[in-house]
Ligand binder design. Structure first.
Ligand SMILES: Cc1cc2nc3c(=O)[nH]c(=O)nc-3n(C[C@H](O)[C@H](O)[C@H](O)COP(=O)(O)OP(=O)(O)OC[C@H]3O[C@@H](n4cnc5c(N)ncnc54)[C@H](O)[C@@H]3O)c2cc1C
Length: 181
């Protein structure tokens, strides 16, 4: 992490037992329903299961659980692997025998929206007849996405936000204040 960055999402343990305990402690502070009840205990079993075939093969193995590394986009997001040419599956690698170990919770989140009020290209929020509401602007996740039902590609949320925020700010700047109800 860069100095000064908030890394409170990172769970740490010098040993796997410490990491398991830290995961259980973190989850205990959240209202997480998990049928296994003790995810930290499950960690040891998961790691043993992962490690066995990896160590026997001496390199990455096919991911029979989640099929990581089987599609082109997974390999692209995984990054370059030139320094590890023997790796069979570049998205998996044996875990270190010694800590420290780290974990982070992977949970649901919101990337973008596909709803909300519609806007025109200058960020005016439109009423139900498609007319701009004076003095009301919106950009980003609080309004309907410029891409409608599609997600064009990586950057397709922040890019339009920057462009339409620039246009909305310019439009708001020139709108006479006395037009605002
Ligand atoms: C994990 C993740 C990865 C992403 N990766 C990419 C990417 O690679 N490329 C890309 O283009 N986009 C990416 N996105 C999407 C992009 O980050 C969001 O679309 C963008 O940040 C939305 O910006 P925003 O300003 O509309 O909303 P936000 O960034 O959500 O800002 C809204 C702000 O309003 C504040 N707020 C909420 N309610 C209130 C209230 N009642 N009073 C005061 N303040 C309030 C919130 O605290 C927040 O600071 C990613 C999103 C996620 C979650």
């Amino acid at each position: 992490m860069p100095p000064g960055a908030d890394d409170s999402h990172v769970i740490r343990g010098n040993t796997l037992a410490e990491l398991a305990s830290a995961i259980d402690k973190r989850l205990a502070g959240l209202r997480v329903e998990d049928r296994r009840r003790h995810p930290g205990q499950q960690l040891r079993r998961d790691l043993d299961r992962h490690r066995g075939p990896v160590q026997r093969a001496g390199r990455g193995r096919p991911d029979t659980d989640f099929h990581r590394g089987e599609t082109a986009i997974q390999l692209i997001f995984n990054g370059p692997v030139k320094e590890e040419p023997d790796r069979q599956n570049p998205t998996l690698w044996p875990l270190a025998e010694q800590g420290p170990y780290y974990a982070a919770l992977v949970t649901g989140g919101t990337l973008d929206t596909k709803g909300g009020p519609q806007t025109d290209p200058d960020g005016h929020v439109l009423d139900d007849l498609g007319q701009p509401i004076p003095g009301l602007y919106g950009v980003g996740n609080c309004v309907a996405s410029a891409s409608a039902q599609a997600y064009w590609a990586g950057g397709a949320t922040l890019g339009p936000i920057l462009a339409f925020a620039h246009r909305a700010a310019n439009a708001a700047h020139t709108e006479p204040a006395d037009q605002n109800p």
